[in-house]
Design a protein around this ligand. Structure first.
Ligand code: ZN
Length: 672
């Protein structure tokens, strides 16, 4: 998804110039209204209070924290959604046939999500009515019998109502925006990202309208009563939040992606008549993008169907499955917004084919699609274009980070520059560490391994490690599981030692509320003999390097190809820089935990460390100590058995980690 905010400076300045009003940061959804000048005026609404990405109770539980396919006792296989939509009254009524496999030894009930304002009228299985109850956004269904592992069942839910959000009725189109958890606002479903389904969408609307949806159009039937029925179907497994409809008086045109000399796949576009010419111009690079991404990531994963696009009055765009919903306000008849086309198309691989395991790992969708946009810039304009795109990402991220610093994993805010643009930088830095060949091999291998399924950040790290042979534990710990970025101060000088020259380089990391970053630093040193590039290892927040040269060093460039997300300031040699950040840089994970946990920390000087865990009343629950530790990264492993013995109950605990000079405290949430 790409919801535009002020942090997207490039987009927004261009949008303002074109007569669009941009959203303040923090805007979650946008509503469009047709205006006489032909542009949409866009209004932002704040995210609902209490909505947060974590669902850990800190601001109210909105998302289930985690799950795997089948963890609810059933594995949803297929949704057949058959609905009639009345644009005049905004009333929706129909049925959903939900087909699922029993994934537990015995099962006598299931539930589906459906927002409470929608009415579940009846539930059936095999012509027999089933008992059901409603509460807390669910339809709980008594299966009227006990079923065994691997039984495959279908329940039919008849439902109706006036959808609240999720499905939007606007002047120029009716469309949905379901990510992250609004599919349940307009149809009953098991609305979790880790349970992927195939789906059919059968929609009856007034016969003046066309309904675009996922997969292939199986039939279009004129009912002879002023309505038409559109039947769409997809045989590829996809996340429920990408099931979509887009309804308008569309006209269509198509591109073709020629994936062999004799085979091609359709790329259809459903556009407002007034936007036809502009859309044809705006999307004209899309077939080249499809070819490019298929080269970079592996063949387009839904080749037997289509890659479609439907215009809707949304500011931004949403990667609905094989039918991206694309903001009509972005159709200027130019290539200024190719980056949005690229971003949404790249979600076909990262988001729709390989889907993050749960919402805490949204980086696997959005960071990847954002970096794909930068890769398209590189494809068109070379390394300089890539670097300037990365600078834009960096600057947007710095703005968000300055007021709200949080890790990429389990982020405070899912739709901002930290997840998207710092997220893209993390991939850029992995490419730097691994080299182009291994990095792109790893992307392809990761996609191929998890296509049509779900993956976790650990799965991606493992794919990178397998291909590159590198141990990336610390890289992920520092960049994904902790917040911030390195703020380097460096100084250098050189002197003759009789036989040649010695260069001294001093590098200090001055960031606070962030770990020490151990990503190696490249420097370029110029002498009269030419340029030399060195990649320097980093393990502490203060590092000194000495290098020998036969000619006198004339200049030193720090990170010459802008490979690291950072600030870097040169200070005169011999002038002491600001004192480095001190403290233990503790990271405890997973947090919340229902099993083991690990406390990683950096000890600035050799010595002992003591870890204590208290309950909320201050009672000491557990004490753990280690002696004679090196001045380096260290850790306490809190194994599952001890965790259960010492912290038996769910709740919030506090830890205190102390060394001789430093101490650090924080919260640990235990879920039993
Ligand atoms: Zn996106």
């Amino acid at each position: 998804m790409h919801v535009m905010t002020n942090s997207l400076a490039k987009c927004c300045s261009a949008a303002v110039a074109a007569g669009l009003i941009c959203l303040g940061s923090g805007a979650f959804e946008t509503l469009g209204q047709r205006q006489g000048d032909g542009y949409e005026i866009l209004y932002g609404t704040k995210m609902e209070p209490g909505r947060d990405a974590r669902g850990d109770g800190r601001e109210g539980r909105w998302f289930s924290v985690t799950g795997i396919e089948g963890s609810a006792g059933f594995d949803m296989l297929h949704n057949r959604i058959d609905i009639t939509i009345d644009p005049a009254t905004e009333f929706v009524a129909g049925t959903v046939d939900a087909t699922f496999r029993v994934s537990t030894a015995s099962l006598d009930s299931i539930f589906l999500h459906l927002k409470d304002n929608m009415t579940a009228d009846s539930v059936w299985m095999d012509e027999s009515p089933l008992l059901f109850s409603r509460s807390q956004g669910k339809v709980s269904i008594d299966l009227s019998g006990t079923y065994s592992q691997d039984d495959i069942l279908t329940v039919r839910i008849s439902y109706s109502g006036y959808p609240d959000q999720g499905l939007r009725f606007r002047d120029e189109a009716i469309y949905n925006l379901s990510e992250p958890d609004l599919a349940r606002n307009w149809f009953p479903c098991y609305d979790e990202p880790w349970d992927k389904v195939t789906s059919e969408m059968i929609v009856t609307v007034p016969d003046t309208l066309f309904c675009a949806s996922n997969g292939l159009l199986i039939s279009e039937t004129n009912n002879g009563d002023g309505t038409k029925t559109f039947h769409w179907s997809t045989l590829y497994r996809h996340p429920t939040y990408t099931i979509s409809i887009a309804i308008s008086n569309y006209v269509s045109f198509s591109h073709w992606y020629h994936y062999t000399p004799s085979d091609s796949m359709e790329m259809p576009y459903y556009v407002y008549p007034r936007k036809l010419a502009a859309a044809q111009a705006s999307f004209s690079n899309a077939p080249d993008m499809m070819e490019f991404y298929s080269d970079m990531f592996g063949q387009y994963p839904f080749l037997n169907e289509v890659y479609g696009t439907a215009l809707v009055p949304l500011l931004g765009a949403m990667e609905n499955f094989t039918c991206t919903s694309f903001g009509s306000g972005l159709i200027w008849g130019t290539h200024d917004n190719d980056w949005v086309v690229a971003h949404e198309m790249a979600h076909s691989w990262f988001g729709n084919s390989v889907t993050m395991s749960d919402w805490r790992e949204i980086w696997l969708n959005e960071g990847f699609a954002t970096y794909a946009d930068a890769l398209w810039h590189e494809h068109i304009g070379g390394r300089a274009a890539l670097n300037s795109r990365m600078v834009e990402f960096r600057d947007n991220y710095f703005v968000e980070d300055a007021t709200n610093r949080f890790p990429i994993y389990d982020p405070d805010w899912m739709w901002g520059a930290t997840v998207y643009e710092k997220g893209a930088w993390i991939l850029h830095m992995l490419r730097y560490l691994m080299g182009d060949s291994a990095f792109f091999d790893a992307l392809r291998s990761y996609h191929a391994s998890y296509a049509y399924n779900n993956a976790s950040i650990d799965d991606f790290r493992a794919a990178c490690e397998t291909v590159s042979g590198l141990d990336l534990t610390n890289f992920f710990l520092e960049w994904v599981y902790q917040a911030g970025y390195p703020e380097y101060e460096y100084s250098w000088n050189s002197f003759s030692d009789g036989s040649g020259y010695q260069l001294n380089l001093n590098v200090v990391q001055t960031q606070v509320a962030a770990p020490v970053f151990t990503i190696p630093i490249e420097i370029l040193v110029t002498t009269s003999a030419g340029d030399s590039v060195f990649r320097l290892p980093v393990s502490h927040n203060v590092e000194n390097y000495r290098m020998a040269f036969s000619e006198e060093p004339i200049s030193l460039t720090f990170d010459p190809d802008s490979q690291i997300l950072k600030t870097a300031v040169q200070v005169p040699a011999g002038v002491s820089s600001r004192p480095p950040s001190s403290g233990l840089s503790v990271v405890l994970y997973p947090n919340p935990t229902n099993g083991p946990a690990r406390v990683d920390f950096f000890l600035p000087e050799p010595g002992d460390a003591v870890l204590e865990i208290f309950d909320v009343s201050g009672r000491l629950m557990w004490r753990n100590s280690k002696k004679n530790l090196p001045a380096d990264r260290n850790s306490f492993d809190l194994d599952d058995g001890s965790m259960r013995a010492f912290l038996p109950r769910s709740g919030v605990y506090f830890y205190k980690l102390q060394s001789r000079k430093y101490s650090s405290t924080g919260k640990l949430t235990v879920v039993r």
